[in-house]
Design a protein around this ligand. Structure first.
Ligand SMILES: Cc1cc2nc3c(=O)[nH]c(=O)nc-3n(C[C@H](O)[C@H](O)[C@H](O)COP(=O)(O)OP(=O)(O)OC[C@H]3O[C@@H](n4cnc5c(N)ncnc54)[C@H](O)[C@@H]3O)c2cc1C
Length: 351
């Protein structure tokens, strides 16, 4: 008998599978070849800031440090290259933002994050009239490369099946679960936004966010990541990812003209350079109503577990919270209230 069936091999399922295998557990991952996966769309940007108010994002110090060490370690263990430091520049939108930035530079923990950037950018088409600063702890995860490296590890031990998980074929008891002849101690659902089709978890309040990005070609931009109302991520060869839109109204997978226009308009805050759009992509982020991940066990089904809700910062959140999920499952550690699925238990009983 296996320990766990894991449904989904996006960032959540991948990192959790590695964590459980490392702890000596036997897992079987089932993934429908990343069909409609958000991880495959993600730019993979990791940074600790919430720029609107020049503050650190939720738990940023802990999550940045943990995730950076994690991916660097995994590169060695998986013998693959998918994580790289980024020079990430914030172009100030106003004098107030510039003042706030400079004032915070000497205050902990901002003194480790907000830096000056003195390189001369005048040869590039960058609009930086109000000045700019460099954000430390900024990296890029090449998400698809990472997911493939994990898939290879799972393949080596016969621990991945590529197919659609059919909820009708799952038998549950207090002792374990049975799925198409596979017996396990429990099932962990890591389906990203597709949890809405899961009959055991669709009671969770839904607050998904559709996002679109463009792959563009622009001459005369530096090979740095840039942020101002949107972000630009260098891919090499004058290509960049331009992202991303946040649409709480639509949950479809249609690429829209509105999103394309919005992104190109926002890009004008960064540069006047002529843009050629090479590709437009769409994904749905597994965002939650309180912007926190969802970990734990179903309120009444003791063998049904969930690791989801990584929202718009899955790269940074997945490693630390996969560790917490494993500690919860294997060592009975109590999960923090703010990330625990129990915060939605009332909703389950209200139906
Ligand atoms: C446009 C956009 C840009 C983004 N940019 C960034 C970024 O720069 N940095 C960052 O940190 N985050 C970013 N994100 C967010 C990031 O993508 C998510 O936080 C993260 O990928 C969520 O991972 P997940 O594993 O929970 O979900 P997913 O990636 O959706 O993975 C779920 C997996 O489960 C599989 N699955 C679902 N249901 C079933 C089923 N019934 N049977 C079998 N398989 C199933 C899916 O195919 C998929 O492979 C972005 C998101 C979008 C949409």
């Amino acid at each position: 008998m296996l320990d766990y069936i894991i449904v989904g091999q996006g960032l959540a399922g991948s990192v959790l599978a590695l964590e459980l295998i490392e702890k000596g557990k036997k897992v079987q991952v089932i993934d429908n070849s990343h069909h409609l996966s958000s991880s495959n769309i993600a730019g993979g940007l990791v940074h600790p800031m919430s720029f609107k108010r020049t503050i650190l994002s939720w738990n940023a110090e802990l999550l940045s440090n943990y995730s950076i060490t994690y991916y660097q370690k995994k590169e060695k263990e998986l013998n693959s290259s998918f994580f790289e430091p980024l020079t990430f520049l914030r172009l100030f939108g106003s004098i107030e933002e510039q003042n706030t930035w400079f004032a915070k530079q000497s205050i902990e923990p901002f003194d480790q994050v907000l830096f000056d950037f003195d390189d001369d950018l005048s040869a590039f088409d960058v609009k930086n009239k109000m000045g700019l600063g460099k954000v430390n702890w900024s990296y890029r995860l090449h998400v698809s490369v990472f997911l493939n490296a994990v898939k290879n590890v799972l393949n080596e031990v016969g621990a991945i099946i590529e197919e659609q998980f059919d909820y009708n074929d799952l038998d549950l008891s207090n002792e374990g679960v049975l799925y198409k002849g596979i017996k396990a101690g429990g099932v962990i659902f890591c389906e990203g936004h597709q949890y809405i089709h899961n009959p055991y978890l669709n009671y969770l309040p839904e607050n998904l966010t559709k996002g679109e990005i463009l792959r563009i070609k622009v001459k005369n931009l530096p090979s740095y990541a840039l942020s101002k109302n949107c972000f630009v991520l260098p891919l090499g060869d004058e290509e960049y990812i331009l992202g991303a839109t946040y649409d709480w109204g639509n949950k479809d997978y249609k690429k829209t003209e509105e999103a394309r226009e919005e992104l190109l308009e926002k890009f004008e805050n960064i540069s006047d350079g002529e843009v050629q759009v090479l590709e437009q992509r769409v994904g749905i982020r597994p965002t939650t109503i309180d912007r926190k991940p969802i970990l734990g066990t179903h309120p009444v089904l003791s063998t049904v577990h969930v690791f989801n809700g990584l929202g718009s910062k899955g790269v940074q959140l997945a490693p630390y919270y996969a560790k917490r999920m494993a500690e919860f499952l294997l060592q009975d550690e109590i999960l923090e209230k703010e990330i625990n699925i129990t915060r939605f238990t009332k909703k389950y009983f209200k139906g």
